[in-house]
Design a binder for this molecule. Structure first.
Ligand code: FRU
Length: 490
């Protein structure tokens, strides 16, 4: 058996062997992408190609920690019903012997083409890094290019932390950004160009730590993505090594963006400050694509590196993807909205209007559950603090609290009493909150909270008891009015 078949067979055996154990987990999700077994991390190769959406993912089938990475594959017509496809890439060649690491997809004149990083470790554990190409004719079977690797190692002045190519086309040329670390251990994003995806030329460094007012801004920048949004060049990146600063940068690693203008000739990129994309606990390595409807879509890993003690590991699986979101640039900020298609999943609407709450905590008949969408508009009156509690148990021991404080204008997600798993609080300031709009997606063990039409998003995993299903609304030291509450089961 050749190496590729051998690796594939091993992975499929693992999936088969664990199927019952994995699927018997209450915390499996109902409308998010998950691995069939083992670990899922970054989304890769997100593309809308010939009317179909493809998302690949970093996949370690053999256990729930990071190891030999494959590319798993899902496909969809509508971004909500995802079909699990055969594994797309196995680490079967010398230039990827320790994993087919992250990368992207591009439509090269009708050929769906992947570009990714081949990760190799030598006997002493030293890393080598190779950029590779694979193509498919049927959208299912992928063939690695005979000229692989198309970029051998990293340029002078950089370490072997050199990975995650994101490719796009601009004025008849291919461009690619890649995450890097220089020998001073500063995170960098480099820009390359090519006219055939095989021969690449370095244009230059476009951004990094200790450049452009970014003092001490990380030792490695992973998973860059560069694209145009409303006339600006946005660079998304996941830097590692930024210290927490008040409400900011509280997760182990961050993902955020710059707004700027890229000079494609010189590689100069004048950009804004770094803005975090998501304020929740689990969000990393997002990737975007432009779909055939002209939308800039984003999907992210709802997990973080080095945090692998989620309760699902008992069932031999870990992590999931975020819901796909549409990006828009407004008031010098990226707004993120869940894709419209999700509305197709809505079932049995329950709706309330104009419910006044004063110094109390209330429940609304039929508003409860664990797999649902909520759309809530709260009119601020004189309450100093107000919000909603999700996944509450009967004995009050479990609750996940979303609250807004009128004094400091901050919104908080508190999962200290969310059940099993990691605990903590995340918060951020909201600009204008006369009316607070919350669009909440709960899926058994995931929570995505879109605030004020996507001005902020909190994405997190939570692991409450399966009996903890209550939802409560509260106002402290004054009143609020629930202008509208809508709930749909999913
Ligand atoms: C980000 C990352 C990438 C790498 C991949 C390996 O989470 O570390 O930089 O390509 O994961 O799975």
């Amino acid at each position: 058996m050749d190496k590729n078949n051998e690796l594939l067979t091993k992975a499929y055996k693992e999936i088969q062997k664990n199927k019952c154990l994995v699927e018997s987990d209450y915390y499996r999700l109902k409308y998010h992408i998950m691995p069939p077994v083992g670990l899922l991390n970054d989304p890769n190769g997100f593309i809308h190609f010939s009317g179909e959406y493809h998302v690949f993912y970093q996949f370690h089938p053999f256990n729930t920690s990071h190891g030999l990475k494959y590319w798993g594959h899902y496909k969809s017509n509508d971004l909500i019903n995802w079909e699990s496809m055969p594994i797309a890439l196995c680490p079967s060649n010398w230039y990827e012997s320790h994993g087919c690491y992250s990368g992207s997809a591009i439509n090269n004149d009708g050929v769906l083409t992947l570009m990714y990083t081949g990760n190799v470790k030598d006997d002493k554990g030293n890393r080598e890094t190779y950029q590779c190409i694979a193509t498919t004719e049927d959208g299912v079977n992928f063939k690695k290019n005979i000229y692989n690797p198309v970029i051998y190692n990293q340029p002078d002045g950089y370490t072997r932390h050199f990975r995650d190519p994101k490719v796009w086309k601009y004025k008849n040329m291919f461009y690619m950004v890649i995450g890097a670390q220089n020998i001073k251990e500063e995170g960098r994003v480099l820009l390359y160009k090519s006219n055939n995806l095989l021969n690449w030329k370095l244009v230059g460094e476009i951004a990094g730590s200790n450049i452009n007012r970014l003092n001490d801004f990380g030792y490695m920048w992973e998973c860059p993505d560069l694209f145009e949004l409303n006339g600006k060049d946005i660079l998304i990146v996941s830097p590692q090594g930024i210290k927490p600063d008040g409400d900011l940068y509280n997760n182990i690693y961050q993902s955020g963006y710059f707004i700027g203008e890229l000079n494609y000739k010189s590689g100069e990129y004048n950009h804004s400050e770094f803005i975090e994309l998501d304020r929740g606990f689990e969000f990393y390595a997002p990737q975007t694509t432009l779909d055939e409807k002209g939308r800039r879509l984003l999907i992210a890993w709802m997990g973080l590196p080095e945090e692998e003690e989620h309760p699902t590991v008992k069932h031999n699986w870990i992590h999931c993807m975020s819901l796909p979101r549409v990006l828009e640039l407004k008031n010098n900020k990226i707004y993120q909205r869940p894709v419209e298609e999700l509305k197709k999943l809505r079932k049995s609407e329950i709706s309330y209007k104009d419910v006044k709450i004063e110094n109390e905590e209330i429940e609304l008949d039929k508003i409860y559950g664990d797999v649902l969408e909520l759309l809530i508009e709260i009119k601020e009156e004189d309450a100093l603090e107000y919000g909603i509690k999700l996944r509450c148990s009967n004995d009050n021991r479990e609750e996940t609290i979303i609250s807004y404080n009128k004094i400091d204008k901050k919104i908080t997600l508190n999962r200290n009493k969310s059940g099993k798993g990691y605990k903590g609080i995340r918060r951020c300031r909201l600009e204008n909150s006369d009316i607070l709009k919350l669009n909440i997606f709960m899926d058994t063990s995931s929570l995505e909270i879109f605030i004020n039409n996507g001005e902020e998003v909190f994405s997190s995993r939570i692991y409450p008891d399966k009996e903890s299903l209550k939802i409560k609304f509260f106002a402290k030291e004054g009143s609020i009015k629930l202008k509208s509450v809508k709930k749909w089961d999913y």
